[in-house]
Unconditional design. Structure first.
Length: 203
């Protein structure tokens, strides 16, 4: 049980620990450190937004894939945004002329994995939260409930995530809130295009 940081609203706090601990897990797995350049797939998503903030706090240079409509939000975290789609590897090379040290995938798309494999020489420094079907074939890393180390690590890092949020160093953008009575509309919004940030149900 943890106390809600006073700096966070209830929707922000409700979304903090899951995405924050998952993000920290990916960063730990690839051994990210100051001076590294990391490619984050899904930089404007829930986990991706936390990954990029935590990576920047470590002193890493962050290249983040996102839809162009979310570029300003991504830039706001000190991240260089690049658009999804054909030619992604070349756009990343242009954004990171000295190379990419690690890649964190929060999307699970083949494009994300293919580009990561093409740009990162050490497959131990590529991790995904979603592309479980390609792990055996391609030899990168994954995090999640099926990975024995993930649970204990995430439990141990939660207080640090709360502390960062309380200090204003880690935010959880909320795109839209819905009353509990409109849960169906919230699910529909989640499946379609919705404002940048997390969706939350409130009572």
């Amino acid at each position: 049980m943890f106390a809600k940081p006073e700096t966070l609203t209830f929707p922000e706090a409700a979304n903090l620990l899951l995405v924050g601990a998952t993000a920290a897990d990916t960063i730990d797995v690839v051994g990210l450190s100051k001076g590294d350049t990391v490619l984050v797939h899904g930089a404007a998503g829930g986990v991706g937004t936390s990954v990029v903030q935590q990576a920047v706090l470590l002193g890493a240079t962050v290249i983040g894939t996102a839809s162009e409509r979310d570029f300003d939000a991504v830039r706001g975290f000190g991240v260089t945004p690049v658009a999804y789609g054909p030619g992604l590897d070349e756009r990343v090379r242009h954004a990171a002329p000295d190379g990419v040290d690690a890649a964190i995938d929060t999307v699970g798309a083949d494009e994300a994995i293919d580009v990561s494999l093409a740009l990162v020489s050490d497959r131990a420094r590529i991790v995904s939260t979603a592309a479980f079907g390609r792990v055996k074939q391609d030899g990168f890393q994954v995090v999640g409930g099926s990975v024995p180390r993930s649970g204990p690590f995430r439990a141990a890092v939660r207080q640090s995530i709360l502390d960062l949020a309380a200090e204003g160093k880690l935010t959880v953008p909320i795109g839209q809130t819905f009353p509990l009575s409109e849960a169906r509309r919230a699910v529909e919004a989640l499946r379609g295009k919705h404002p940048y940030g997390k969706l939350a149900l409130v009572t």
